[in-house]
Design a binder for this molecule. Structure first.
Ligand SMILES: *[C@@H]1O[C@H](CO)[C@@H](O)[C@H](O)[C@H]1NC(C)=O
Ligand SMILES: *[C@@H]1O[C@H](CO)[C@@H](O)[C@H](O)[C@H]1NC(C)=O
Ligand SMILES: *[C@@H]1O[C@H](CO)[C@@H](O)[C@H](O)[C@H]1NC(C)=O
Ligand SMILES: *[C@@H]1O[C@H](CO)[C@@H](O)[C@H](O)[C@H]1NC(C)=O
Ligand SMILES: *[C@@H]1O[C@H](CO)[C@@H](O)[C@H](O)[C@H]1NC(C)=O
Ligand SMILES: *[C@@H]1O[C@H](CO)[C@@H](O)[C@H](O)[C@H]1NC(C)=O
Ligand SMILES: *[C@@H]1O[C@H](CO)[C@@H](O)[C@H](O)[C@H]1NC(C)=O
Ligand SMILES: *[C@@H]1O[C@H](CO)[C@@H](O)[C@H](O)[C@H]1NC(C)=O
Ligand SMILES: CC(=O)N[C@H]1CO[C@H](CO)[C@@H](O)[C@@H]1O
Length: 496
């Protein structure tokens, strides 16, 4: 046991920590009304998506992604692998046209050479490693090999006997490719790209894999899967598959190659033979997956080692053939509308549009306007709310009424105080609502989970007992506002 522990610790130490795990999204384009690259990028920005994988290296898309800060994996489509794997000149051309032409404006971080080549295009397998090496050589020549990694995404079906994970190994048929490939990934500091689909494991298991286990839902302790060789507990299928890949690599004596999950997801709709392809399950899987990845907990075998993951996928691809589920893996329709709203409140910065628990503090409709004025002045003064959007010409000036301005200010205060109890009262003129009061370009704090100003103010909002009546009306003046904000602000501090 002691020997085992030491070995185990060495394995952990050997794996380079690649910083925090992130969530990315795959962008498939088999869509009837595929949005323009500009529209795609607008959606990515609105959703806070910072990492994407393309299935090709589309020029217009790469241009639209320029100067956005979004990190991009480009792909060599499967039908170009034979050519690239047989000619270093072809590979160098591909890199020049599809990579060198776009960096550094477009932040290309990796090249995925093909997609599930071993299982979907086995006749290209003999040249797969050559293709990776030729592309790597072209990156080295351009001095881009430090910032751009080269790898190739695998189907998890290349891993056999994947439960218990400690007994997993790669299908030996592919050892002649896998061994040089892992050597390449190790020597270039790249990662194993793996597509992880608990949905298919669940579907193919004929009831052996519980749905909750596939969906990251809590299991009763007696149903938790335990690897009897390592005594590691598995609470979800995703971790078990990733660990099976780590074990399959160590079986071939590779212990320091990180894993990047290039695809994972759940379909929201299926035909009659796919009863678990539902909106609820898709939402549960993807929401839990995102939380799990961003929590940085790693896997039972490699705790704390980031397993960054790209969700499959951004859009529903209605043009894909196959069962109905093939057209329903997306988070969005081509229109940009959500297929479902992920349950992600407060869990991170991507997909920040969960409105499930969103609450706002607003002025009551029958509130006395003097009391509202007092609340407004208090929030913008001692409450330390940034009320500049209420100034004339700014986004929340219109409608220029005391009720509207007070609502903006007291809501900002409420969000700033992390919605804690008692911070939405203001002598009884305020109340909590779930309706987002944002209008036009006036975005209320707390909408979309974004722009929630950090808690800096230490003053407490006037409650039922406050005697502060507020006398300065710098944020509402019935239309006679003059630009003496700074002066009045100073005055208000002195007066209060
Ligand atoms: C998500 O929120 C952003 C603002 O944070 C907004 O621009 C975007 O339209 C929202 N997306 C959806 C689908 O509601
Ligand atoms: C291709 O490989 C040959 C032989 O190794 C080498 O001489 C040549 O420079 C390479 N060409 C490119 C474009 O990398
Ligand atoms: C590109 O992405 C890498 C990896 O996330 C990051 O370290 C780098 O700062 C980015 N470069 C630019 C110019 O944004
Ligand atoms: C291993 O891969 C070969 C080639 O794709 C395939 O024919 C065979 O069925 C696989 N073995 C298993 C056990 O899946
Ligand atoms: C988050 O990580 C911590 C330890 O890193 C772990 O105890 C906790 O269970 C994780 N939470 C989730 C939701 O995975
Ligand atoms: C919403 O709030 C309830 C009660 O506080 C909590 O149990 C639930 O997890 C929250 N939902 C989300 C999506 O955050
Ligand atoms: C919070 O206060 C600190 C120290 O006073 C200041 O540096 C920081 O900028 C403030 N943050 C915000 C969002 O106002
Ligand atoms: C309000 O006044 C009552 C009675 O004077 C007192 O018991 C209570 O603590 C006060 N509440 C606050 C928030 O000051
Ligand atoms: C939606 C929205 O209002 N976003 C804003 C959040 O805050 C940042 C910086 O404070 C702005 O740049 C965004 O426009």
């Amino acid at each position: 046991m002691a020997v085992f522990m030491i070995f185990y610790m060495l394995v952990i130490i050997a794996l380079p920590a690649h910083g925090d795990a992130f969530i990315g999204v795959n962008i498939g384009t088999d869509v009837t009304n595929m949005p323009s690259p500009t529209e795609v990028v607008a959606l990515l920005k609105a959703q806070g998506i910072q990492h994407v994988r393309l299935y090709d290296a589309d020029r217009a898309m790469l241009r639209a992604l320029a100067n956005t800060g979004i990190r991009v994996i480009v792909s060599v489509p499967n039908d170009q692998i034979l050519g690239i794997g047989q000619s270093n000149a072809t590979a160098a051309n591909w890199v020049a046209r599809n990579v060198i032409a776009h960096v550094p404006a477009t932040n290309i971080t990796a090249i995925a050479v093909g997609s599930e080549v071993l299982t979907s295009l086995p006749n290209a397998a003999p040249v797969l490693v050559s293709a990776l090496k030729f592309i790597q050589a072209a990156l080295v020549a351009a001095n881009l090999d430090q910032q751009i990694k080269v790898s190739t995404p695998h189907s998890s079906s290349v891993i056999l006997d994947s439960f218990p994970p400690s007994q997993a190994f790669f299908n030996k048929t592919w050892d002649p490719v896998m061994v040089p490939l892992l050597n390449f990934l190790q020597s270039t500091g790249s990662y194993l790209m793996l597509n992880v689909y608990p949905y298919y494991d669940y579907m193919q298991s004929n009831g052996v894999v519980p749905l909750d286990y596939a969906l990251f839902r809590p299991l009763p302790p007696n149903k938790e899967a335990i690897d009897s060789n390592t005594l590691l507990h598995y609470t979800n299928v995703f971790d078990a598959i990733v660990d099976a890949a780590y074990f399959a690599m160590s079986y071939l004596k590779f212990t320091n190659i990180p894993i990047l999950v290039t695809e994972s997801g759940w379909p929201s709709k299926g035909d009659s033979s796919e009863p678990d392809a539902t909106v609820d399950n898709a939402n549960t899987y993807n929401s839990n997956l995102i939380r799990h990845v961003l929590n940085n907990s790693g896997t039972p075998k490699q705790p704390g080692i980031a397993v960054s993951t790209y969700i499959y996928e951004l859009y529903n691809e209605d043009l894909k053939s196959g069962p109905v589920s093939e057209n329903n893996w997306g988070l969005f329709y081509a229109s940009g509308a959500q297929v479902y709203t992920l349950h992600l409140t407060n869990s991170g910065t991507v997909f920040a549009n969960d409105t499930t628990n969103q609450t706002f503090c607003v002025a009551k409709s029958n509130a006395d306007s003097k009391m509202l004025q007092a609340a407004l002045d208090w929030a913008c003064g001692p409450g330390k709310v940034d009320c500049s959007p209420l100034l004339q010409g700014q986004s929340c000036y219109e409608p220029n009424s005391v009720a509207s301005h007070a609502t903006y200010a007291i809501n900002s205060y409420y969000q700033q105080m992390a919605k804690s109890a008692g911070t939405c009262d203001f002598k009884g003129v305020a109340s909590i609502t779930t309706t987002n009061p944002s209008h036009g370009s006036c975005i209320f704090s707390g909408s979309g989970g974004k722009n929630v100003t950090s808690v800096n103010g230490t003053a407490l909002a006037p409650s039922t007992n406050s005697t502060n009546s507020g006398c300065l009306s710098q944020y509402y003046n019935g239309g006679f506002f003059t630009s003496t904000v700074i002066l009045t602000l100073i005055l208000s501090v002195v007066v209060l």
